[in-house]
Ligand binder design. Structure first.
Ligand code: ADP
Ligand code: MG
Ligand code: MG
Length: 895
């Protein structure tokens, strides 16, 4: 017996998403729980894959099963496919495992021809309706199944619309529609060289093939590449009995969410159109009405729909995005799926549903993507700057606030330009009359989307929300001239390439750039609450990398539990200090060097006191000087030019002498591989003065603060150790300084000495190193460089990103921790270190500390904490909690 390729709706349920696609599984589930769904069946994703395997042929037995399913549909509906007296019409809809909005199009009203058309007219007593359905079918079939250029169809329609009083498609008369149909059919023949297929089964065969074909269409492939979705999932094909929203004023079609997808507010949110079919709402052909208006227009339907919405939400325990049609006062559900939502909405909905008892705290934590937390903390426009722009007359227009956020950029009037500029790294705002799936490649590279037409559920709005981009839609005051590449609004004409700013939260569109400000974390009540739940379950500590007291303050506000990395060299770069640092480096005698170090001591002490005060009660890791000294001096090339110039001019012998001396020093310090040169602990060993001064500053600061009543926990970190003897030597020297200071001050400070593990040899010999270290901190940036043997600064621009694009590497290892290689260094280092010293504290402080997949890995190998930039602390808190929740649920995050 042939494999089962086709499932009637009654044979499916929500669990069969991979086989039936999201849409098919959703329809089956709705039918199963007794909601009104028009009868239908689904051709499986496996059939799609088999189609590709055989080079574009239906797999054996599939077509026969489709024919049998059609017979069953005829039985269920009491209609006949191709029966002129009582025609069965169907829609043919694609539907992959995850929803890919607008990626593959649906054909409605399939089964119509000159014969069945008459039957439909007679049966409904509505000839106009029948012709309207037919002209739509010809249009959709031609475009989607046969890839005929759709523009002439619209031109023909527009011609006729112009002749009516209302100028809408609903104003077209039956006679007009008849003429339109004839013109459409003629155009089809002209384009394809064939007559439009009249046999419904032939229509169906072609339509199913086209849905399969669209899976590998450019739009779909681009979308999957961007979202890193596999290409071998395939799409299912859903064949669903047609119900008609275009049968008069007691009919209509709509799209709604069970909660507001922009804010998360718990209310029905959506749009509908009376006397309309299918994609009319989404395509922005007429401006739709708010769903609340349905309450007035059809109170019973609204009531019923609201109940269905509640029920679906309860059933799926998540916010739903639903499509429905009303046919002559009867409600039909056509789709349900988890609704896409903005970051703010995702967080509010997760928190609200937990309070409503619908989901657990752990589920709530898994409902929010760490990246969404990032989005929420993204900058928004500064009100003062907006007011100023408004006063200057730069407020161009106000549209619909379709997706929140704010962005400024160069206006691009087509998707190709947006894509090209975006790839060049320019900020781009895509400006379009409306968007379609053909614009997605440009949308992916834009900072924001601005459209003239369409509502909150238009293509532009839906895609922008999915991508986390600000979008202003339905900006009717905008006049876009795509041919001349310009647009007018507010009495001004702007050209492509002019800078504009859009505020997707308010719908405002400005000429020029608007200043942005950061969102205050503590004002995000829902996020703050969600993250307290994260803290309840997470095992990893989350610390921040902070070099200055102001960073430390932000880190605490964001919930950091300490500082994992305070880089002392940044303090050396400050304007008032750099000259002293340079003199110290250039010093010829020890006494001279000591003199400058003595000048630096109080400055460093002040730095550390500032940080200790802010971090009262929490641990602070201070890393001793790490970079090669030449970084504090002018560049060799610059100096060479300067000395040459001074020599030629010959008018400033004093400056010349000083520059020559500097040049000689810099030349002497030059290294072929500075990152592998005299830096880190090697510097401390060759020139012990600097690190001794730093340790003195740390402990004097700690004593001073303790005296003030501050609770200090300091961890002194010695960088770039590769051999245990380096650490042994450094620690002995430096701990002596620490003890001396504490003795002088007659105080005890809670301290630890430890090291950064960033050289593979250190990880491999961690058992030896742990003899002299109370803590390890993996410097994963350097560790990645050294494990891969890749110089990051050189590689990212040259070949690394190409490696990622060509899938030679699964991800940029400087962003996502490489579990198989670098990760093993971390695992080995931790295990061996703890074998020697079970109380060893282990964390990481590279950029990976704020990247969710890397955080999960750190949890898996049992680290004590991750440390990341203050801004990423909330993300790391969530990711650390998700790691626990996922571990419980036994589902690993895909890397
Ligand atoms: P998409 O994946 O683009 O949302 P759908 O398959 O959901 O595509 O179809 C788009 C729209 O077409 C639906 O929202 C619905 O309005 C309409 N539609 C699809 N099937 C039917 C049907 N059997 N009867 C009436 N309308 C339908
Ligand atoms: Mg579509
Ligand atoms: Mg749909």
């Amino acid at each position: 017996m042939a494999k089962k390729w086709v499932y009637m709706m009654a044979e499916g349920d929500a669990s069969m998403r991979n086989l039936l696609g999201g849409k098919g599984a959703g329809l089956a589930e709705m039918a199963r729980i007794g909601l009104p769904v028009p009868p239908g069946f689904t051709v499986t994703t496996e059939a799609c894959n088999a189609y590709y395997e055989s080079g574009g042929k239906f797999p054996e037995g599939m077509w026969e099963q489709v024919l049998a399913a059609m017979k069953e549909l005829e039985r269920q509906t009491g209609k006949g496919f191709g029966d002129p007296n009582n025609p069965l019409l169907v829609s043919v809809r694609s539907g992959a495992r995850v929803s890919m909005p607008g990626m593959m199009d649906t054909v409605l009203n399939l089964g119509l021809n000159e014969e069945t058309l008459k039957g439909l007219a007679k049966l409904t007593g509505n000839e106009r309706f029948a012709y309207d359905a037919y002209r739509r079918f010809i249009q959709m079939f031609s475009r989607i199944v046969r890839h005929v250029d759709p523009a002439p169809f619209e031109r023909i329609l527009d011609e006729y619309k112009e002749k009516t009083a209302g100028k809408q498609d609903t104003d077209l008369t039956t006679d007009m529609l008849k003429e339109i149909v004839q013109k459409f059919l003629a155009y089809f023949k002209e384009q394809t060289g064939e007559d439009f297929p009249t046999d419904p089964y032939e229509q169906l065969r072609q339509a199913i093939g086209a849905v399969f074909g669209s899976w590998m269409g450019k739009r779909a492939v681009d979308y999957r590449n961007f979202h890193k979705l596999p290409h071998d999932w395939g799409t299912a094909v859903n064949v669903v009995t047609m119900v008609f929203g275009n049968m008069g004023e007691d009919s209509g079609t709509g799209v709604a969410f069970t909660r507001d997808p922009a804010t998360g507010e718990n209310r029905l949110y959506g749009e509908y159109l009376q006397n309309a079919q299918g994609e009319d709402v989404v395509a922005g052909i007429r401006t739709p009405k708010k769903i609340s208006q349905l309450q007035q227009d059809m109170p019973e339907i609204y009531q019923q729909f609201a109940e269905v919405a509640k029920l679906l939400e309860k059933h799926y325990r998540d916010m739903q995005d639903m499509e429905f049609t009303v046919e002559r006062g009867k409600l039909w559900m056509l789709q349900t799926r988890a609704g896409k939502r903005t970051a703010a909405a995702a967080i509010k909905i997760a928190v609200d549903m937990t309070h409503e008892g619908l989901i657990t705290k752990e589920e709530a934590l898994l409902r929010v993507e760490p990246d969404q937390v990032n989005q929420l903390l993204l900058p928004r426009f500064d009100q003062a700057s907006k007011d100023e722009a408004t006063k200057q007359g730069r407020l161009l227009a106000k549209g619909l606030n379709a997706s929140p956020g704010a962005a400024s950029g160069f206006a691009a009037l087509d998707a190709d330009t947006a894509e090209a500029w975006g790839l060049e790294g320019k900020p781009v705002i895509l400006v379009r009359p409306e968007t379609s799936p053909d614009d997605v490649h440009g949308m992916l590279r834009a900072r924001g989307i601005l459209t003239q037409h369409g509502g909150a559920t238009s293509h532009a709005a839906v895609v922008a929300r999915g991508l986390g981009l600000p979008c202003v839609a339905g900006t009717e005051a905008l006049r876009i001239d795509t041919e001349r590449k310009q647009f007018t609004a507010g009495g001004k004409t702007l050209k492509e390439g002019d800078v504009i700013s859009i505020d997707g939260t308010t719908g405002e569109v400005f000429e020029g750039k608007i200043a942005t400000i950061e969102t205050k974390f503590t004002e995000q009540k829902d996020l703050v609450e969600l993250l307290t739940w994260a803290d309840e379950i997470k095992k990893l500590g989350v610390r921040a990398n902070a070099d200055y007291p102001r960073d430390a303050e932000r880190a605490r506000e964001f919930g950091a539990q300490g500082i994992g990395l305070c880089r002392t060299e940044h303090m050396f770069f400050e304007e008032d200090r750099l000259p002293i640092v340079q003199k110290m480096i250039l010093a010829e005698t020890d006494e001279e060097r000591e003199k400058y170090l003595a000048q630096l001591l109080p400055v460093q002490r002040g730095d550390f006191e500032g940080i200790f005060r802010v971090m009262d009660g929490l641990p602070v890791i201070i890393r001793l000087i790490d970079p090669p000294l030449h970084e504090f001096l002018p560049s060799y090339e610059e100096l060479l030019v300067k000395v040459t110039e001074l020599r030629c001019r010959g008018d400033n012998p004093a400056e010349l002498a000083e520059s020559e001396k500097m040049l000689a020093t810099v030349r002497a310090m030059r290294e072929a591989n500075p990152m592998l040169g005299l830096r880190g602990c090697r510097l401390g060993i060759i020139m012990p003065g600097i690190t001794k001064m730093q340790v003195r500053a740390i402990f004097e600061a700690a004593c001073n603060c303790t005296r003030e009543g501050v609770d200090v926990h300091v961890e002194v970190m010695i960088p770039l150790v590769s051999h245990v003897n380096e650490l042994h030597l450094m620690r002995d020297t430096l701990e002596a300084v620490a003890k001396q200071v504490m003795e002088e001050q007659n105080m005890k400070v809670d301290y630890m000495f430890g090291t950064m593990i960033e050289i593979p040899r250190a990880a491999l010999t961690a058992d030896q190193i742990a003899e002299y270290a109370e803590f390890f901190s993996f410097g994963t940036n350097d560790m990645t460089q050294m494990t891969f043997g890749i110089s990051r600064d050189d590689a990212e621009g040259k070949f690394l990103l190409k490696y990622v694009e060509d899938k030679i590497l699964p991800a940029n290892p400087f962003q996502v921790l490489d579990r198989d290689g670098v990760g093993q260094m971390l695992r080995i280092g931790t295990e061996r270190g703890r074998k020697t010293r079970p109380t060893l504290e282990v964390g990481i402080c590279g950029e990976h500390g704020g990247e969710p997949s890397s955080v999960e890995f750190c949890h898996m190998i049992g680290l004590d904490y991750v440390s990341c930039s203050p801004f990423r602390v909330p993300i790391a808190r969530l990711a650390a909690a998700q790691a626990v929740a996922r571990e419980k649920a036994k589902v690993a995050k895909d890397v």
